[in-house]
Design a protein around this ligand. Structure first.
Ligand SMILES: [Zn+2]
Ligand SMILES: [Zn+2]
Length: 379
């Protein structure tokens, strides 16, 4: 059989761009597609030629060989066997695309059955709320089914028409050589019908935006930056599809007294010098609002941590609590009354280490004593 020029088969000039070749191929492939010409042997043969021409001209390397050496050049290039070399899926996608863009007529296509969008919302809770758990009202906007049309998108029950793309079947099928493809009709989303008179409220989408308030359950022991998922509380899906989910990100506010580390609570407790030295009984606040008593033994050092078991945060999802850590801070008085100063000086006499050098009015005598003592004088 005489070789017909590939450019002629596609009806494009020799200097056609890649896009022009692609577009010409789509048009011809659609025109001669076996599905559109059932039983027509001539159309089938032409369809094969078109595919063969496209397979050669859509590949820059093959096209160069073809331009230079004709069909012989392609054969010499090796691996060329006409149609089989074509990426069928790729071309098929193209054919599909053009097929539907040509058949799409109704401006009110039924929305595809699609899952609703997930929504995200941030909330802030106090440490007390994280401790005890809470129900928090959260107000946000989401797409919900249109009540006017019950989500159908049509003005009335008769507002639908059989889908022209799939002729009501909801699925479209294509076959090419050995390959057969079937997919949900993209125009009616598989419903087999499209809207001809859309609902005035939602304009055919079947969904409207509403402001809603939901009570979000904050579980006991929740951690900062946790995300809670509320299934199906997001945007409504189109048609019968599922709603999306609502994701609530929980932030825990800074607490004026407590610091949280994992499930433990740290509390900083101030002690006076005498409390630290002599020991004391202290009342400390707890996260549950009550107070608890701790016994500080005499001689407690600055920075010491007392652990109160079971007074921390609850473990998420478990009947167990962390501990409370009381971190001791000793306050050194910055100002003293004359009496206090006197007592401290009295104390100092009993406690000063031998190498201490004190420079106060009252102790100047002993200071000089020490200095002179160093030089061997005795007063
Ligand atoms: Zn509606
Ligand atoms: Zn359809």
């Amino acid at each position: 059989m005489a070789h017909e020029d590939y450019y002629r088969i596609l009806g494009v000039p020799r200097n056609a761009t890649e896009d022009e070749i692609k577009s010409a191929f789509r048009k011809s492939a659609f025109k001669y597609h076996p599905d559109c010409n059932p039983g027509n042997k001539e159309a089938e043969a032409r369809f094969k030629e078109i595919n063969e021409a496209y397979s050669a001209l859509s590949d820059p390397e093959k096209r160069r060989m073809y331009d230079q050496f004709g069909l012989e050049g392609l054969k010499a290039g090796g691996g060329f066997s006409g149609f089989q070399n074509v990426d069928v899926g790729d071309i098929f996608g193209d054919v599909f695309e053009s097929f539907f863009s040509e058949l799409r007529g109704s401006p009110f296509r039924t929305a595809r059955s699609r899952r609703g969008a997930d929504l995200k919302y941030d909330v802030e809770v106090s440490l007390e709320e994280a401790f005890a758990g809470a129900k928090l009202p959260v107000t946000f906007e989401r797409a919900e089914l249109c009540e006017t049309c019950s989500g159908t998108g049509a003005k009335s029950k008769g507002g639908f028409q059989k889908c022209r793309t799939c002729r009501g079947a909801g699925r479209v099928q294509f076959s090419q050589g050995f390959f057969s493809f079937s997919q949900t009709c993209p125009d009616c989303g598989g419903r087999g019908e499209v809207i001809v008179s859309p609902c005035g409220q939602c304009h055919g989408s079947g969904r409207v935006k509403n402001k809603v308030t939901l009570n979000i359950k904050i579980p006991q022991g929740i951690h900062d930056s946790s995300t809670l998922r509320v299934a199906k509380a997001g945007d409504a899906g189109s048609r019968t599809a599922d709603s999306g989910d609502l994701y609530v990100q929980v932030r825990i506010k800074h607490h004026p007294h407590f610091e949280r580390v994992e499930n433990d609570i740290i509390y900083h407790c101030n002690l006076s010098v005498t409390e630290a030295v002599l020991g004391a009984v202290k009342e400390v606040p707890c996260i549950e609002g009550e107070k608890t008593v701790i016994h500080i033994p005499g001689g407690t050092q600055h920075g010491k941590i007392f652990r109160i078991a079971g007074k921390g945060m609850p473990f998420l999802g478990a009947r167990k609590r962390g501990d409370m850590m009381v971190n001791v801070k000793i306050d050194i008085p910055a100002e003293l009354t004359p009496r206090q100063k006197e007592l401290f000086e009295e104390l100092a006499k009993t406690m000063d280490s031998p190498d201490s050098v004190r420079d106060t009015d009252k102790s100047s005598k002993s200071f000089f004593k020490k200095i002179l003592g160093v030089f061997g004088f005795v007063l």
